[in-house]
Design a protein. Structure first.
Length: 157
C-alpha cells in the first residue's frame, strides 16, 4: 500500500467525504481497495497487476484489464514519492508494453488527470498519445472531462 498511499489519501475525499478522522478514512479506503483486488480485479480474466520492485521495495505499480483480444485498459500507474523522477514509472510502462507486444498488435488505453503533468509526461515518454479531451473509463463506461484519454498502439512488426 506504500506505493498507493498518496492516492488512497486523495480518494478518501471522494469515497468517504463525511469521515472527519483521516486515519479512519484511509483505513476504510485501503480495506476497500484490497477487497476490490481480491473479489473484483483478480477475478477478471486477463487482468494483471504489474509491479516494479527494487531491493525488495515496491516502487511503482499499475493494473491492466484485457477488455477483448488486442485491447487493454490501464489504470493506477503510481510511483512511490521517494522514487519519483527516477524513471521507474516509465520503465514499468516499457516492460508492460514489451510483454503485451509478444501477443501481437494491441491498444493500451488509459485516463490521466489533466492536472497531473508528471503522469502525462511519463505516459507520453512511454509512447502514449492523447486521443480524446475526456478520459473514458472502460470499466465504468463513463467519460470524465477532468482527464485526457490516452492510448499506446502497437500495430505489429
Amino acid at each position: 500500500m506504500d506505493v498507493y498511499a498518496e492516492s488512497v489519501l486523495e480518494n478518501t475525499e471522494y469515497f468517504f467525504p463525511d469521515e472527519k478522522d483521516k486515519r479512519v478514512a484511509v483505513q476504510k479506503a485501503e480495506t476497500g481497495f484490497l477487497e476490490y483486488l481480491r473479489t473484483g480485479f483478480f477475478t477478471l480474466p486477463g487482468s494483471q497487476y504489474w509491479i516494479c520492485e527494487i531491493g525488495g521495495v515496491y516502487v511503482s505499480a499499475l493494473r491492466t484489464y484485457r477488455l477483448e483480444p488486442g485491447l487493454y485498459y490501464m489504470e493506477a500507474l503510481e510511483t512511490h514519492p521517494k522514487y519519483r523522477r527516477t524513471g521507474y514509472g516509465s520503465g514499468l510502462l516499457a516492460g508492460v508494453e514489451d510483454a503485451l507486444r509478444k501477443n501481437g498488435p494491441f491498444r493500451l488505453c488509459s485516463c490521466v488527470s489533466k492536472k497531473n503533468t508528471a503522469s502525462l509526461k511519463t505516459h507520453e515518454k512511454s509512447g502514449f498519445r492523447i486521443v480524446s479531451d475526456a478520459g473514458f473509463d472502460y470499466l465504468s463506461g463513463e467519460a470524465d472531462s477532468r482527464d485526457y484519454g490516452m492510448e499506446y498502439s502497437f500495430h505489429g512488426e
